[in-house]
Design a binder for this molecule. Structure first.
Ligand code: PMP
Length: 444
């Protein structure tokens, strides 16, 4: 455990200050934590202090840091082939990974398009949907419907389909307009009802939008069951089932952004499974490689793929990043999926969820707690506040409080959440909840 000094090391011989870090250019921001190593659920700093990574390093670390099987797979692949252009060339890891993914994904998703991060996975999905309708001779279908509180990434189109926020405000001139429907944020119900007695009435505005813009909508885009950066908002399964039903009824594509929710986080391999639905396009990244390398996959149905098949070169999907299907990323992803095959990973997710549930239950009625939510291995505590506020200053104060006690947590405004790597032990997870519980009494 660290000594609890309240200070992170501020000067490091090797840091000449040339790095521009994301999100932290406040003059009084604490310096970044210099991390030297990772091991299981732990991050080990340059000075030897150990921190429990309770947020899986921006939600990517799936099993654990430095997971040996993935380390070895990457090393072996690097010795054989580190990278090759993926336009006109292919390689076994890419083909094997695509085959494995299509086996485990919800039914019907059969064509895997690789890119390199969550935002590009979403950009690819949007572009595929637009071009699909154009190829189908319905070029008027150019609009997207997205949900309130959505977050889909930091590139221009991904920002456009996200909730307008501090993340997007400065870039307004770059963004295109979208149609927005309410999300099933039950704690702050958009239609003023209570879950116990409602009939998922928050779906009605989506239906109104789809009816009013018939023939103009390309796709509805959702983060299925769990909206991440918007505040770890968990939706009832019936909401997602209803979105799928409405997409079918109005003949529009459904895109599921499972960049966060994929690979077991919600208790099933993919969140869509929990609602018994399959989207037309799914976006995967973050945990895809076990959290080792930047890589993404956008997977579409056969019907979408077939629309692009033509002797006419001009109908091809013109999108390709330098690192498309990087062999190291594919090898890491295959090794991660092998762990799912060899070990009861989803059972472990269930055990993590049970501990979350027990610790959340103990917080019920706490004066500071407005709401708590959980799905699979993800748990969140929303502190009482008039509205969700990302820049709420309790977040940096809490972050430092947790670091001083050896836990890396990074509240989203007034929402404290736990999203650990699956290798975290029961004892380590209780340690995380102990500091969260103490922090609620420490806050003034
Ligand atoms: N979609 C979702 C649901 C996400 O949570 C994120 C990242 N937090 C992204 C897309 C963007 O992913 P990336 O940061 O890898 O671009």
């Amino acid at each position: 455990m660290p000594s609890g000094s309240g200070q992170n090391p501020s000067t490091l011989a090797w840091d000449q200050g040339a790095v521009w870090h994301p999100y932290t250019q406040m003059l009084n921001a604490p310096p970044p934590l210099p991390i030297a190593r990772g091991e299981g659920a732990w991050l080990i700093a340059e000075d030897g202090r150990r921190y429990l990574d309770a947020i899986a390093s921006w939600w990517v670390t799936l099993h654990g840091h430095a997971e040996p099987a993935i380390v070895n797979a990457i090393a072996r692949q690097a010795e054989a082939l580190e990278q090759v252009i993926f336009a006109g060339c292919t390689h076994r890891p890419a083909a094997e990974l695509a085959a494995r993914l299509t086996e485990i994904l919800p039914a019907g998703l059969s064509r895997v398009f690789y890119s390199d991060n969550g935002s590009t996975a979403v950009e690819v999905a949007l572009k595929l949907a637009l071009q699909y309708w154009r190829l189908r001779q319905e070029p008027a279908r150019t609009r997207f419907v997205t949900l309130e509180h959505a977050y889909h990434g930091d590139t221009a189109a991904a920002m456009s389909v996200s909730e307008p926020s501090y993340f997007t405000a400065a870039f307004e001139p770059l963004l295109f307009s979208v149609l927005r429907a309410p999300a099933a944020y039950c704690y702050r119900c958009p239609v003023g009802l209570r879950r116990e007695s409602c009939n998922i009435d928050c779906l009605a505005p989506l239906e109104t939008l789809l009816a009013a813009n018939a023939g103009q909508i390309a796709a509805v885009l959702v983060e299925p069951l769990l909206q991440g950066a918007g505040g770890m908002i968990v939706h009832p399964r019936e909401f997602l089932t209803g979105v799928r039903r409405l997409c079918d009824q109005y003949g529009v594509l459904l895109i599921a952004d499972e960049v966060l929710t994929g690979f077991g986080r919600t208790g099933a391999m993919f969140a869509c499974e929990l609602a018994g639905i399959a989207p037309d396009i799914i976006c995967l990244s973050k945990g895809l490689t076990g959290g080792f390398l930047p890589m993404a996959a956008t997977v579409a149905t056969e019907a979408i793929y077939q629309a692009f098949l033509s002797p006419d070169r001009g109908r091809a999907f013109f999108h390709g990043h330098s690192f498309t299907a990087n062999p190291l990323g594919c090898a890491a992803a295959l090794a991660s999926l092998q762990i799912f095959h060899d070990e009861p990973v989803l059972r472990r997710v269930g055990q993590i969820g049970a501990i979350h549930q027990e610790r959340l239950r103990a917080l019920r009625g706490h004066a500071r707690v407005g709401d708590f939510r959980r799905i699979g291995a993800v748990a969140a505590v929303e502190l009482k506040q008039d509205q969700y506020d990302y820049l709420s200053d309790c977040a940096p104060r809490l972050r430092q409080y947790y670091l001083d006690r050896g836990v890396l947590l990074r509240p989203l405004g007034n929402v404290i959440y736990v999203l650990p790597p699956y290798r975290i032990t029961d004892g380590e997870l209780h340690q995380v909840w102990d500091v969260i519980t103490q922090s609620l009494d420490w806050l003034d």
